[in-house]
Ligand binder design. Structure first.
Ligand code: F6P
Length: 303
């Protein structure tokens, strides 16, 4: 039926995931009963469990494995070790990217902490871009952040701190000890090209057409000799794949435009909202990835 519906409109790829690991199935069933809206009105765990196991048996009775057409079968890949991926009749760029994405993604719960760098001297002066050091407030934030991370991740065996290659993020990470740090050029702030180092007022005065074009379509507007939000989103792909792949917590210390894009990806926000999303300084956004989707907490460390 689906293939008929898609004929001439789009390509269908079936995705089948198979899990034979009893422990994982039991864990998933437990989480389902604890967290699914289906069982929100069922206070008795055992009754919920019986109901769900019955449901599973019913599914099993009518289930037909995928055996034709374009499909991807993921067999016992949940654990992140071993397992098997079967790919049938898949070709083309996007289907290839989907396979690559699936190989790297998993649902093991782990937090991702997103924060902008501490306030920089350019932030104080209202200048975009540049590579300035932190202001006094920015330095204070870096210490508070280190304290926060130490407490938040004290029970974690491993975690990594990711920064951009710009010194305001590296300096923000400096007081954090005990975790490996990785610098990503892909986490650098949007390249504001010829406008780098200017204030928005200066851009408006000196290059009014540029200012107006950006205002009209901030998502697609590309700074002369710089980048657009769409460019930023594109260069974040390897970062996103790597974040999906991680099983331990990751702290990402980056910049306003980049974090708008990263956050929007995880929070499943539409593309058009990305450039105007609120991304305040001195605030940590904790994203918890798990079976029920993405949960979010915000910690404002300074007034
Ligand atoms: O002002 C801080 C900053 O990180 C600049 O370096 C950057 O150009 C800007 O934010 C991005 O925000 P917007 O796209 O709203 O100008």
């Amino acid at each position: 039926m689906l293939m008929k519906m898609a004929e001439g409109n789009c390509k269908i790829i079936f995705l089948e995931t198979i899990c034979n690991d009893r422990n994982i199935i039991e864990r998933n069933v437990r989480l389902k009963i604890q967290q699914s809206p289906d069982y929100a009105d069922q206070p008795d765990y055992e009754a919920g469990l019986q109901d769900f196991l019955e449901r599973l048996t019913n599914y099993e009775k009518v289930y037909e494995p995928v055996q034709e057409g374009s499909y991807i079968k993921m067999i016992d890949m949940v654990k992140g070790e071993g397992g098997q991926l079967q790919v049938n009749n898949i070709s083309g760029y996007l289907p290839g990217r989907i396979v690559f994405f699936l190989v790297n993604s998993h649902l093991a719960p782990r937090p991702i902490l997103l924060t902008r760098h501490g306030e920089s001297l350019h932030n104080v002066r209202g200048r975009v871009g540049g590579d300035t050091v932190l202001s006094e407030d920015g330095e204070l934030y870096s210490k508070k952040l280190a304290n926060f991370i130490e407490k938040r991740l004290k029970n974690e065996k491993t975690a990594t701190i990711w920064t951009s290659t710009l010194q305001r993020t590296i300096l923000t990470a400096t007081p954090i000890v005990g975790f490996p740090k990785i610098q990503w050029r892909a986490l650098d702030e949007i390249n504001s090209g010829v406008c780098d180092g200017m204030t928005y007022e200066e851009i408006k005065k000196i290059m009014p057409e540029e200012y107006e074009s950006r205002k009209k379509d901030k998502l697609r507007y590309r700074y002369p000799r710089g980048e657009s939000y769409l460019d930023v989103i594109q260069r974040l792909e390897p970062v996103i794949i790597e974040l999906e792949r991680q099983r331990a917590p990751v702290v990402v210390i980056s910049h306003q435009a980049v974090l708008r894009a990263l956050y929007s990806y995880f929070a499943d926000r539409p593309l058009r909202e990305v450039p105007d999303m609120e991304m305040p300084l001195h605030t940590i956004i904790e994203i918890q990835m798990g079976v029920t989707g993405v949960e979010e907490k915000r910690y404002k460390l300074m007034d």
